[in-house]
Design a protein around this ligand. Structure first.
Ligand SMILES: C[S@@+](CC[C@H](N)C(=O)[O-])C[C@H]1O[C@@H](n2cnc3c(N)ncnc32)[C@H](O)[C@@H]1O
Length: 252
């Protein structure tokens, strides 16, 4: 065999053993593994893993998420560091509560706002902490009993209905939950019916720039939320506040 031919045969043999031409770049991740399996990895402190739009029971565009792992979400929602950007006392002040009022916290989660709300409506007031997730409601009722918050009650509600009697509440607080609601214009009309004369809703949600909150694609701009509330028949104000990562909208 001539030397050149011999060299070519040797090369072909080496390739067939090592797989020339099908080599993977060791520095490049497999496409399927290039994305974190869970949105929470992208958004520490978000508490928004496992979102799915148009999930069963939520056909009108609200983002369904599984909040049943209460210990996991309690660490996130009740993280003492949250106070530095959530400014809970300011949020409650913007709600303009007064003694004797009935306040609803819709999508109350672990009950982060409830002790402040209870203090704001005392004496004689009532706080209803509503959530679609039964495990959250069980957790809240134990928490309120332990803390002696007798004026606060947690209740399970259906995803598409707060189940509030007409003219029964003075204020409705909705923090980081608006984007979860299905068919929001219709939902907002239900909330409007539930308000007493002079009643109002406060929607607090994440700006597109926030390092906290749901994945960017699931966030709603303040304009969109305001438009939804306007279409439901409310007068709407985007409020001045000092929250670094959220907007606050009042609807009357
Ligand atoms: C991101 S957490 C916010 C919890 C709380 N508002 C806070 O600021 O700590 C959203 C909560 O809304 C609840 N939720 C989602 N969809 C809902 C719906 N359609 N009706 C009532 N609650 C809902 C979830 O179970 C969850 O507890």
């Amino acid at each position: 065999m001539r030397p050149l031919l011999f060299l070519l045969v040797l090369l072909a043999l080496a390739c067939s053993i090592s797989g020339c031409g099908s080599h993977r770049d060791p520095g490049r991740a497999d496409e399927a593994h290039a994305h974190p399996p869970d949105h929470a990895h992208h958004h520490p402190g978000s508490g928004h893993p496992g979102h799915a739009e148009g999930a069963p029971g939520n056909p009108h565009g609200g983002h369904h998420a599984d909040f049943s792992d209460v210990p996991r979400f309690a660490k996130i929602f009740d993280d003492p560091e949250r106070r530095t950007w959530q400014h809970p006392a300011e949020v409650v002040a913007l709600l303009e509560p007064s003694p004797g009022m009935t306040i609803v916290d819709l999508g109350a989660g672990t009950g982060y706002f409830e002790s402040l709300l209870a203090a704001a409506v005392a004496p004689g007031g009532r706080v209803l902490a509503l959530d679609v997730e039964p495990a959250m409601v069980e957790y809240m009722n134990e928490r309120f009993a332990t803390a002696g918050l007798e004026s606060v009650e947690a209740r399970v509600v259906r995803g598409d209905d707060p189940d509030l009697p007409p003219g029964s509440v003075d204020r409705i607080l909705i923090v980081d939950t608006w984007h979860h609601l299905p068919d929001r214009e219709r939902y907002a009309k239900r909330l409007r019916t539930a308000l007493r004369p002079g009643g109002s809703i406060l929607v607090v949600d994440f700006t597109p720039e926030s390092p906290h909150g749901p994945p960017a694609s699931m966030r709603l701009s303040e304009k969109r939320v305001a438009d939804e509330l306007l279409r439901a028949g409310f007068e709407v104000d985007v409020l001045e506040e000092s929250l670094p990562w959220q907007y606050v909208i009042r609807a009357r």
